[in-house]
Design a protein around this ligand. Structure first.
Ligand code: SAM
Length: 240
């Protein structure tokens, strides 16, 4: 997969890209992450990328020309051009799965008061928000999307890191996890996990997953219940 990020602050990305699972994915040629500073596409002497809003008001708005030209230079035929925006559709695991199917995606990071509306109307093919709060730029949202998408690409996670049980993958939250020591400050690991009884462990995990989702995210549970009734999600042994 190729991920192109258009940003005024490409220097935010190397530390992120050169760490842990993402670095391994890049080193193994499973993903190519390119950052492009669209300031380089500003034609005037001062490389101006923003201007005051028509109609007045505070702050500066990103001009359309450098962003259009930067995207057009990439020639991303068929690739979604995704604008990061607090007004976009909400980013979820399902959206990450959807994006992971593309060979290429383009992420456009806004800044300041935002981006000239013509970018959204005539250039972007998608608009994504990472949550109902406002950040100062689209760089962190881009990183959130990159990290969530890249870990879904075939071969990125080793079998020991499989994403299948992760929260949200099947619509539920993951069961509690424990590691050594078996007793820490008198708090013992649930006995079933030490039993070696794989069927018992699987049953406990399904029950915990459902209990957790019911307690913490009843909204997710309500959605998952359709699947539970159809028998295609874990936890048919759901406790009341
Ligand atoms: N004035 C804009 C509004 O009210 O919708 C907010 C602009 S915000 C300060 C600047 C940039 O940060 C946005 O253009 C977007 O790229 C990014 N951004 C901020 N919050 C975001 C969020 N929750 N999800 C995705 N991108 C976000």
């Amino acid at each position: 997969m190729i991920i192109d990020v258009l940003t005024l602050f490409p220097e935010m990305f190397p530390g992120f890209v050169n760490t842990s699972i993402l670095k391994r994915a890049v080193d193994n040629h499973l993903v190519v992450i390119n950052t492009h500073n669209f300031r380089e596409f500003a034609r005037d002497r001062h490389h101006t990328v923003d201007d005051t809003p028509y109609g007045g008001g505070s702050g500066m708005v990103l001009k359309p020309e450098p962003i259009f030209e930067a995207v057009e230079a990439l020639q991303p035929a068929g690739a979604p051009v995704i604008m990061l925006s607090p007004q976009g559709r909400l980013f979820t695991q399902a959206v990450a799965q959807e994006l992971s199917k593309y060979d290429r995606i383009v992420l456009v990071c806004g800044r300041y008061e935002g981006v000239d509306e013509r970018v959204r109307e005539h250039l972007a093919t998608d608009e994504i928000s990472i949550g109902d709060y406002v950040l100062s730029g689209g760089e962190l949202p881009s990183m959130v999307i990159i990290e969530a998408v890249v870990r879904l690409l075939p071969g990125v996670l080793g079998s020991e890191e499989s994403a299948l049980d992760d929260s949200h993958v099947a619509g539920l939250l993951e069961y509690p996890q424990y590691t050594r020591p078996p007793v820490f400050r008198e708090w013992a690991v649930p006995e079933v996990l030490l039993s070696g009884n794989h069927a018992g462990i699987a049953k406990w995990r399904k029950e915990q997953s459902i209990r957790r989702t019911t307690e913490r995210r009843p909204d997710l549970m309500a959605k998952a219940e359709t699947g539970l009734q159809a028998g295609n999600l874990p936890g048919k042994t759901r406790e009341k």
